[in-house]
Ligand binder design. Structure first.
Ligand SMILES: Cc1ncc(C[n+]2csc(CCOP(=O)(O)OP(=O)(O)O)c2C)c(N)n1
Length: 326
């Protein structure tokens, strides 16, 4: 009997990887216009986090958000439709890559503003706490996980939000994905400290560093942070050291980093690490791994087909959902 959670999570990590690889192809060939920030390389963070949380917990995301959304249970067909600008997308085709949300599954939104999810997650955690303390909903013990990059950790709202969360002991997990570069700027040129986790001490919360390539380690530290949050012990700042495989966005030629550095990180590819563990410790056969790959490839193709076949939106609907008009 295989460990179903592990196999399901491996499948989900592979879905994120293949979804992003397909998107790279679709953008490069001009099938989808505009740009996108791909999550490939960071899969163990999003999936490791969700493995430690309940499906009823909440999440805020970033501009690099497809992986977060897929890990939280977003439908690849509707995410793809959004990227194609179709009305069946999560934001009716009007938000695109950086503006999707699905409140029903607790995905409170990706966000084009660097660090923009941090105050939103903090407010959501305050709402959870107030449901308990003011509305006396004792059963409400949700946790909010807040993703942001190390670039997002330098904005003022990061400090203001963590300070408030520290004072009020809010049930929030601040999850910094440190992939070493904010656009082309290395952390060493943008930050007075090289570990974002040390900033937790300023706001009276644990600051934990974790290997973001290792699904198991991510799951473990997030599990402890969630336990603390549910027990009323307050927030945790987690810094996952990770790497994005693609450039910052489509036009980025990655001139600020070397191909050698990229190859080094790929040796510790999060998918390969989990696959080896499944093979060597869990006794998962290669035939099962191969059939998972085929299923996931088919799922991504179905998403593209779904998004392609829907007609373009009616031009007459262009002013729908617009709240401010000239
Ligand atoms: C307020 C604001 N300033 C600048 C930008 C332009 N911008 C887009 S992504 C980005 C870097 C983000 O880096 P990081 O937070 O580390 O996330 P990563 O892209 O590495 O995942 C910047 C500066 C923006 N979107 N919002």
């Amino acid at each position: 009997m295989h460990n179903e959670q592990l196999i399901g999570d491996y499948r989900r990590m592979l879905l994120i990887r293949l979804f992003e690889e397909k998107l790279d192809e679709l953008f490069s060939t001009g099938v989808i216009k505009g740009t996108s920030h791909l999550y490939a390389g960071q899969e163990a963070v999003a999936v490791g986090v969700c493995a430690a949380l309940r499906s009823s917990d909440y999440m805020t995301s970033t501009h690099r958000g497809h992986g977060h959304f897929l890990a939280k249970g977003g439908d690849p067909k509707r995410i793809m439709a959004e990227l194609f600008g179709k009305a069946t997308g999560y934001s009716k085709g009007r938000g695109g890559s950086q503006h999707m949300a699905c409140i029903d599954i607790g995905f409170l939104g990706s966000n084009g503003i660097t660090g923009g999810g941090i105050p939103i997650a903090t407010g959501a955690a305050l709402a959870v706490q107030m449901k308990q303390s003011v509305l006396k909903q004792q059963a409400e013990d949700s946790v909010v996980v807040c993703f942001f990059g190390e670039g997002g950790a330098h904005i003022g709202m990061f400090h203001e939000s963590l300070n408030m969360a520290g004072i009020w002991k809010l049930p929030v997990i601040y999850l910094c994905e440190n992939n070493l570069y904010a656009m082309s700027v290395p952390l060493s040129e943008a930050s007075s400290v090289q570990d974002i986790a040390v900033r937790g001490a300023s706001y009276n919360m644990p600051g934990v560093i974790v290997d973001g390539c290792d699904y198991f380690k991510v799951r473990e530290v997030v599990g402890e942070a969630a336990r603390r949050a549910r027990a009323g012990e307050g927030p945790t700042l987690i810094e996952a050291k990770t790497y994005r495989y693609y450039g910052h966005s489509k036009s980025d030629k990655r001139e600020y980093r070397t191909r050698e550095e990229e190859a080094e990180w790929r040796q510790r590819d999060p998918l390969l690490l989990l696959r080896d563990r499944l093979r060597n410790t869990e006794g998962v056969e290669d035939s099962l791994l191969e059939s998972i790959r085929m299923q996931v490839e088919a799922e991504v193709e179905e998403a593209v087909q779904f998004a392609t076949e829907i007609p373009e939106p009616d031009p007459m609907s262009v002013m729908d959902e617009v709240f401010v008009t000239p």
